[in-house]
Write a protein that binds this ligand. Structure first.
Ligand SMILES: [Zn+2]
Length: 334
């Protein structure tokens, strides 16, 4: 198959991408100017460099990733109109770039409300409108929104986010997540009550864990919370008991290869190969994602090509990953 045929003819799903790292710099530049945001530069190319990972650029920590990139994209996206434009562009763009006929897009509404100045309901409904418009423009596409809680927010703030997710459950919100760098204030045990409420309300549950930090948190999530999916979860290869738990509890991993390398969670391609092969050969269900196609200058097809070229997965194994993604999606009417 030629590149163009692979781009157009293979149906793909992406389950793990963040609004803050998925909007093209040109769109964010336009939105920033529409919103009258004072950017630290007047030159577009400098701006594009600031919010994307240039070749050779790496984040030493997730904190660095957040401070360098997300603080800008989230600021620019902090209005209903900006969220509408952003969501619309990501879902449309994913389809055009690599035939994403199914896309789940995640964001934290509380990081887009200017510390409470903007109303969360307006932010969330703007995201839903943007998604609906993209699906109207590209009727082949199905999509859903995952609302995110964060380790750096208080339990009460995360509870508010969950309540909003439940409120919009039948209107485009399909799941709940928690992300953010490790924080001593945060307790997964305490937060598990919120996941239980989400489950009772019928939301899909995915949790950012096992990307860094302790194996204990990953172990707790796998054996006690038992979410439908886990964002990353790559530390599982260090403990067979955790991999067993993933298989037994039918938890699908959202693997983001380039993101892991650029955020220094995995240092070499050999290490990445070992992780992905170990999970795949153990029978853990994995899916291939970007974590943010624009920031990491990739897309799901490019991620697949990277895995093929580096003898990490074979074409038929990638097909299994694609099937896993469609099956593990929280968007039900696929
Ligand atoms: Zn992520």
């Amino acid at each position: 198959m030629t590149l163009e045929e692979r781009q157009k003819n293979i149906k793909r799903a992406e389950l793990h991408t963040h609004l803050g790292s998925s909007v093209a710099p040109s769109s964010l530049w336009a939105i920033a100017h529409d919103e009258g945001i004072r950017l630290p530069m007047k030159n577009y190319w400098e701006f594009a460099d600031m919010i994307t990972m240039a070749k050779g650029k790496k984040n030493a920590t997730l904190n660095e990733m957040h401070n360098n990139f997300f603080q800008w994209t989230e600021l620019i996206q902090s209005s209903p109109n900006a969220v509408y434009q952003s969501v619309r562009s990501v879902i449309s763009g994913g389809y055009r770039k690599c035939n994403l006929v199914l896309q789940e897009l995640r964001f934290n509404p509380m990081f887009r409300n200017r510390q409470g100045e903007r109303d969360l309901d307006h932010i969330i409904t703007a995201a839903i409108h943007g998604m609906e418009k993209a699906m109207l423009d590209y009727p082949q596409v199905k999509a859903g929104l995952i609302v995110m809680m964060d380790r750096t927010l208080t339990f009460e703030q995360n509870e508010i986010i969950l309540k909003k997710a439940i409120k919009y459950k039948n209107r485009g919100v399909i799941g709940i997540d928690v992300a953010g760098p490790q924080s001593s204030e945060f307790s997964m045990e305490e937060t598990s009550i919120l996941f239980e409420k989400a489950r009772q309300a019928g939301l899909g549950i995915t949790i950012h864990t096992g990307e860094e930090g302790s194996l204990e948190e990953l172990d707790y999530v796998v054996h006690k919370i038992k979410p439908d999916r886990i964002g990353h979860g790559i530390l599982a290869v260090k403990d067979e008991n955790i991999m067993k738990g993933l298989v037994e509890n039918d938890i699908t991993l959202e693997i983001c290869p380039t993101s892991n390398l650029l955020n220094s969670k995995v240092t070499t391609v050999d290490e990445l190969r070992n992780i992905i092969r170990t999970l795949f050969d153990f029978g853990v269900k994995i899916t291939i994602n970007t974590d943010g196609p624009e920031m990491y200058k990739t897309n799901v097809m490019k991620e697949e090509d990277f895995l093929l070229e580096n003898n990490i997965l074979k074409e038929e194994e990638l097909e299994i990953c694609r099937k896993n993604a469609f099956k593990a999606s929280f968007v039900r009417e696929v």
